[in-house]
Design a binder for this molecule. Structure first.
Ligand SMILES: [Zn+2]
Length: 389
């Protein structure tokens, strides 16, 4: 036996044999248990790179392992062939994106085949093939018919020169990847899926997942809550008079703690903010804060663990707690999003951890609304409310 592995000879011989025998072709399984393995379909972006080799080898190892355990294994391969890379390549090199994409698929298919993985190539699909995307369209129409696909405003990355929205990856540097123009954030009508209608189910099932607590918290913040109460906060007029402001509607899942509200928070991109901050003492500082925050992605904002003094700013305004009649300061903070709930919240530092941290940093009062059982312990230190609001 040779002490060197003859890659070219051995691989080609067995791959030809597997293909001629249909070794990895899977039909309706008989008595064996089924195992389905889907590795994310590659984007046909050009010749494969080591990331593809790594990814599809890992999947192949699992498939072969499950086959040896007695499973009938179905491992399909296909192409995620719509979208930006084809569009960018067509703009850069000229030519029709469909033609470019087909050429790239040819190259990548021959390369991936040489990996010798257990794909059933008879089942190859391409997402840009009308025979495939008619089903995507069918599913969309089902969702639309059920009221689960709808139009709404959302903040997007926008290049004023290209007159187009940009993915976060195309706007990472703050400049348009195509033309270098500074990217702005603006509200634009977008399609949405009504996944928040399933927020409670998603939250409930999250509890059963064996994920790190930090990741679960991030998911909880991201999902939001469905069951709660909305009520209005009247805005205290500025000392110098001026136009009376519309009330601010807030959403809370903990209306039982409303007597502990010592401040409120409104999203920096909330439509009322511009009129609220007009003419307040620190208007320039607030405007700079809004500029910075609205250029960050929602995911970054929700998952940020940055210092809370940098993440919020007083609007210079006060609002009235309708349950006590007490005025409380109104803040802007990056972790409140205009697209969730009503885009504004009451804050109860006596009963919420993040509100408590925020209150400590900004010198806001803390009111406990529930009597702790004996031995429960006190809050570490109660802020005395040294801030000037
Ligand atoms: Zn541009």
């Amino acid at each position: 036996m040779s002490d060197r592995y003859d890659v070219a000879g051995v691989e080609e011989k067995w791959q030809t044999y597997w293909e001629s025998q249909g070794t990895y072709e899977v039909d309706e399984p008989g008595s064996r248990p089924k195992f389905y393995d889907l590795c994310m379909y590659p984007y046909p972006s050009g010749p494969i790179h080591m990331g593809h080799v790594r990814n599809y080898t890992l999947g192949d190892v699992i498939c072969r392992y499950k086959t040896m355990q007695g499973y009938t294994v179905l491992s399909p391969m296909g192409w995620d062939s719509f979208g930006l890379p084809a569009e960018n390549a067509a703009i850069r090199d000229g030519g029709h994106p469909g033609v470019i994409t087909r050429e790239r698929i040819e190259v990548m298919r021959s390369q991936i085949k040489r990996l010798g993985a257990v794909y059933d190539w008879r089942r190859e699909v391409s997402s840009f093939d009308p025979g495939y995307y008619r089903w995507t369209q069918y599913l969309f129409l089902q969702l639309y018919g059920a009221g689960l696909a709808y139009r709404n405003n959302a903040m997007v990355n926008w290049c004023p020169s290209c007159q187009t929205t940009l993915a976060n990856e195309q706007a990472e540097t703050g400049e348009c990847e195509r033309c270098g123009t500074p990217v702005i954030r603006r509200a634009l009508e977008q399609w949405f899926f009504g996944i928040t209608k399933y927020a409670q189910e998603l939250l409930d099932d999250l509890n059963a997942l064996d994920w790190p607590e930090r990741v679960k918290t991030m998911q909880r913040n991201w999902i939001g809550r469905s069951a709660g109460v909305e009520f209005d906060l009247q805005v205290v007029p500025l000392a110098g008079g001026g136009e009376p402001s519309d009330p601010i509607r807030v959403f809370t899942t903990r209306i039982d703690t409303v007597f502990g509200m010592t401040y409120a928070v409104i999203a920096p991109e909330h439509p009322l903010v511009t009129s609220l901050i007009a003419g307040v003492d620190n208007e320039a500082e607030i405007t700079a804060f809004i500029q910075r925050v609205t250029n960050e992605s929602e995911m970054d904002r929700l998952s940020s663990d940055g210092a809370l003094d940098k993440r919020g700013i007083w609007t210079g305004r006060q609002v009235i707690n309708p349950f006590t009649g007490a005025p409380v300061p109104l803040f802007l903070a990056d972790y409140v999003l205009a697209t969730y709930g009503t885009g504004a919240i009451m804050a109860v530092p006596g009963e919420d951890d993040r509100d408590f941290q925020f209150a400590q940093v900004h010198g806001l009062p803390v009111i406990e609304t529930t009597e702790r059982p004996e031995g429960w312990g006190k809050l570490p230190t109660l802020a005395r409310g040294q801030g000037q609001f």
